[in-house]
Write a protein that binds this ligand. Structure first.
Ligand SMILES: NC(=O)c1ccc[n+]([C@@H]2O[C@H](COP(=O)([O-])OP(=O)(O)OC[C@H]3O[C@@H](n4cnc5c(N)ncnc54)[C@H](O)[C@@H]3O)[C@@H](O)[C@H]2O)c1
Length: 261
């Protein structure tokens, strides 16, 4: 084992989901202790249990990223069980794939509160712990919508462009504390987010990649010729989390097979 994250402590939101779960497994395999945080306690526990069964170190934590109080509890529990936090991955997100005329205020607010406010609250909660650790890395989940947002979902466009601003603001604010902040923007990733009909990301036959026409459209939009896997994205998170990326902050890393070109 290469142990590129030896002695690191990572708190990963959306950790029970596809991309967060892949990050948690890879980070743990590289020696990090991981808090798998998700609004679904069952999903968080399943990921943490798998890591523990493979000899890694992980705890599950039920966290709704919209709550500052819940964030304070998550950070305290992680510090108690694993030590000071060195790495925060803000994956939790939501989308409602309807255009401007159809998107309700409630849908807009849910997208912004989970994706953007949740990440803001997470950074505020984790930074004091990172200071105690002597530094850290904040990794924010972007999207093609962080590069070229369209009309598909105004809330998602604003949330993912907002992540660019949040990343740059955190990078500028905390460089003096030896804390970096990077946004990683995937393209079309084959996960439940664009396949299933979950409450945070509902899909109908019109929008799901179960529909061959949708799958083909996303494939045709990807010059390198395949959709990404959660592991493709996790490897970029890993790189950005290590000292190999020591001079990278405020930047966007795209992992999209060229879809954003
Ligand atoms: N799949 C894609 O093609 C794609 C592309 C670009 C960006 N993204 C982004 O990736 C992120 C994760 O997506 P995924 O593909 O792994 O999807 P996923 O649905 O597998 O995972 C999302 C996880 O977030 C959790 N979650 C939802 N609301 C939460 C809340 N309030 N607090 C804490 N956790 C909450 C869910 O329970 C789920 O486990 C999202 O931010 C999404 O916008 C996805």
């Amino acid at each position: 084992m290469t142990e590129r994250l030896q002695d690191k402590v990572a708190l990963i939101t959306g950790g029970g989901g596809a991309m967060g779960g892949a990050q948690a497994a890879l980070f743990a395999a590289e020696g990090a202790a991981v808090c798998v945080a998700d609004v679904s306690p069952d999903a968080a526990k399943a990921v943490a249990d798998r890591i523990t069964a493979n000899g890694g170190k992980a705890i599950p934590f039920e966290l709704d990223v919209r709550s500052a109080t819940a964030w304070a509890d998550a950070v305290a529990a992680t510090e108690r069980a694993l030590g000071h936090i060195t790495t925060l991955c803000n994956n939790a997100g939501a989308n409602f794939r309807v255009g401007f005329d159809e998107q309700t205020e409630e849908q807009w607010s849910t997208i912004i509160e989970i994706g953007l406010t949740g990440s803001f609250l997470g950074i505020k909660a984790a930074v004091p712990s990172m200071r105690r650790a002597g530094g850290g890395v904040i990794l924010n989940m972007g999207s093609l919508a962080s590069i070229r947002p369209g009309g598909g979902s105004p809330g998602y466009a604003a949330q993912k462009m907002g992540m660019v601003g949040l990343t740059r603001s955190a990078a500028a604010s905390y460089a003096k504390d030896n804390i970096r902040c990077v946004i990683i923007s995937p393209g079309h990733v084959d996960t439940p987010f664009i396949r299933e009909n979950n409450p945070h990301s509902p899909n109908s036959w019109e929008t799901s990649i179960d529909n061959p026409a949708n799958y083909e459209r996303r494939l045709n939009n990807t010059p390198l010729g395949r959709l990404q896997t959660a592991e493709d994205i996790a490897r970029a998170f890993l790189f950005a989390a290590t000292d190999e990326a020591a001079m990278i902050t405020g930047s966007m890393i795209t992992v999209d097979g060229g879809a954003g070109l």
